[in-house]
Design a protein. Sequence first.
Lengths: 218, 263
Amino acid sequence: MTCLRLDNVSLSFADKRVFSQLNLRVGSGEIVCVETGVLDGGSSLLKISAGLCAPTEGNVSVDGLAIKDMTEQARFKATCMAFEAGGLLSIFTNYNNIAFPMLYHTSMTKAAIASYIEPLAEALQISELLPLEPHQLNDVQTRMMNLLRAMVFRPKLILLDEVQSGMSESMRDNMLHVLLKEQQQHGYAVVMTVTAGDRTDFADRVLAIRDHKLEDAQ
Amino acid sequence: MLNSIGRHTQRYAGVLTGIIGLLGLALNTCPQLLKPQRRRIFWLLFKRQLFNSGLRAASINTMIAVLLGVFVMSKAYSVIPNNAQFIDYYAQFFNIMVNREIGPLISGIILIARSASAVTAEMGQMQLYRQFDALSAVNMSPALVFLLPVFFAFPLSLLLMFFYFNLICIFTSYAVIELYHAGGITLMSFIRALLEQVTVTEVVVSITKALVGGCLIGLASLYFGYNVRDRFTDVSRAISNSNTFQLFAFFVLNVGLSYLVYL
C-alpha cells in the first residue's frame, strides 16, 4: 500500500524553480533515502510531504488522504518531520517539546508519555539532554532530539532531514540501529535526505534530486 | 505634518484592526477547550503565564504599593482640614486617589513593563527564528498554545495586581498611622472606614479596567511580537512600539472609564 504519494508536484519561490512535475510513491514500511546537494530542495521536499509547505502545483497524500485536507489530529497521526536545524520551541524544555504535542493530540497520561520517551532517549543515548532547553543543544543534538520526537509520535510516515550530518561513526551506527529496529516494530515509512558521506545501505531505495525531479541515484 | 498625522492614524488603525482580529481568533479558539486533551495543555501553559505575569510581579508591586501607601498617608496628614474626622477623610482620600486611579494605573504599568514586553520579546524571537514552523510540524494550534494563555492570564493577573496593590497600600497606611497618629485607631475600624467609601460601581469599574485593560495589553503584545520580520532589530522595535501602544491605550481606557463614571 502506498503511504506517501506526490503527484506532479511543482514548487517555485519567486523566480526560483525548485521542483517541476515531481512524482514520488513511498510504500508503507519502506525506507527511502534522497541524496541532496546545496539548495536543491531536499528540505522543501520533506516540508511538502509533511504539509508544512504547499506546492505551487500538484497533490500530496499520505495513506490515501490529501494532506492539505487533513485535520491537525489526522496530520499528527499521519506524519512527522525531524528538522535539520531548529524545529524545537525555545520556551519549552527538550522533554516538553516532545511531551506537549502528545498531551495535545492524545489522551495518554503523563506517565504513559514518559514510558514512550525515556526508553527511546536511553537507546539514542540522549537522556541527559531531555531536561535541558533547546538553546543548550549543538546541531547534532538538536537533530537527535527532532528524531526522538518523530519516533515517539509513531506516525505512518517519518521525514528526516539530513539527520546523519555531523555525527561520529559510532553515534550514527547506534542511531540507525535504533531507528531501523523501531521502524520494523511499528512499520512506519521513512524518507531521509542524505548528503555526501552519509550511510544509505539500509534503505530500500536511494533517489536523487536532479533537474527539479527525483531520479534513482546512480 | 498632515501626512505624518495621517500615517500615524493609519498605523494605529491597523494595530487596532489586528488586535480585534486576535480577539476574534481567541474567542473562536475557546471551544477547543471543551476537548480534555486541549484543556490540559492549555492549563499547563495558562498556569505558566499566570505565574510569570501575576505572581512574579508581586515583589515590585509590593515595593511600589508600600512607597505609595506611605506617600498618600503623609499627604493626607499635610492637607487634612481642621476639625475633620481623620479616618473618614483619609478613607475618602484613599478611595479616590489609590483605589480609583493610581492603583489600576500603576498595576497596568507594571504589567506592561514586566510581562507584556517579555511576551512581545518571546513571540518576536520565535518569529525571527521561524519557531512557528516547529509548532506546525507537530500540528499544534498557535492560537491555543500562545494566544489563549495570554488572553486569559493577563486580565486575571491585572485583577490580582489591583487587589494586591490596594491591600498592601491599606496595610502600609495603617502602619504609618500606628507610628505617627496618637488617635488609637484600630485596624478593623480603619478597614471598615475604607470599605464604607467603596461603592458597587467602583468595584465594577475596577474589574472592567482589569479585564479590558489586561486583555488589550496581552493581545497587543502578541500582535507586535508576531509581526516581527527578518531583522534582529525588529524585536526591539516591536517591544518599543508595543509598550508605547499599550501605555497609551491603557491610559485612555483608565481615564476614559473614570471620566464616564465618576465625573
